[in-house]
Write a protein that binds this ligand. Structure first.
Ligand code: FE2
Length: 212
């Protein structure tokens, strides 16, 4: 109960004065992001965030848009990552809540530490969704519908698999959220399943198939 109250308070901090719709956020994102991989990544992070937003009693679209825009500048300005996103978002009048969430996904670059539940979740699922995506692409079906917590945890423990994905970052994120890794994986899978087409992970799933 105590936890729930803390979570509710944390969610209340993540209400923008001016909400951005998925449609408008997508227009902004695709103006600066032309590559398919980064667009899919944006959709995957959006989908995980929407699931957690809903779970915590927040507005899934607010959480989803915060997820969608977090790498806004990465394709065009990789050397000024986050600083350019901040400039672009501010120039476009994007609510400061989204700007701050974006800054907090890279605390080492920006010096901004995730403090709200939305920010902590974004920090975590950015990296974790990448691991889940890489795992799904290894399944014969290439489908998120074949993903399960056990399979993803195995890939998490195998440091040679998708070696660039920072396991320490993911563990740190789960700790910041106060959640078990298994539960965060479960939420991400559910979020990505709910939006599988935009996540590029419908694949060729057949009932009864299951990855180990
Ligand atoms: Fe990202």
């Amino acid at each position: 109960m105590e936890n729930q109250t803390a979570e509710n308070q944390a969610v209340e901090k993540s209400v923008p004065a001016v909400k951005l719709s998925y449609e408008d956020a997508w227009k902004l994102l695709t103006e600066y992001t032309k590559g398919a991989a980064l667009r899919v990544h944006a959709r995957q992070v959006q989908s995980c965030m929407a699931w957690f937003g809903e779970h915590f009693g927040g507005d899934p679209e607010v959480w989803g848009v915060a997820g969608m825009l977090h790498d806004l500048d990465y394709e065009m300005y990789p050397d000024q990552h986050c600083a350019m996103s901040k400039r672009i978002m501010e120039e476009r009048g994007v609510d400061p809540m989204y700007v701050h969430a974006m800054l907090c996904h890279e605390p080492k670059l920006t010096g901004e530490e995730p403090s709200t539940l939305l920010e902590k979740t974004l920090y975590t699922v950015d990296e974790l969704s990448g691991l889940i995506n890489a795992a799904c692409l290894m399944y014969p079906s290439k489908s998120i519908f074949d993903a399960n917590v056990r399979s993803i945890k195995k890939k998490f423990k195998n440091k040679k698999f998708a070696a660039k994905i920072d396991r320490g970052h993911i563990s740190d994120g789960c700790e910041r959220m106060g959640w078990d890794l298994s539960d965060v994986i479960d939420g991400c899978i559910r979020g990505m399943q709910a939006n599988a087409e935009q996540c590029g992970l419908v694949g060729d799933h057949r009932e009864g198939d299951r990855q180990e």
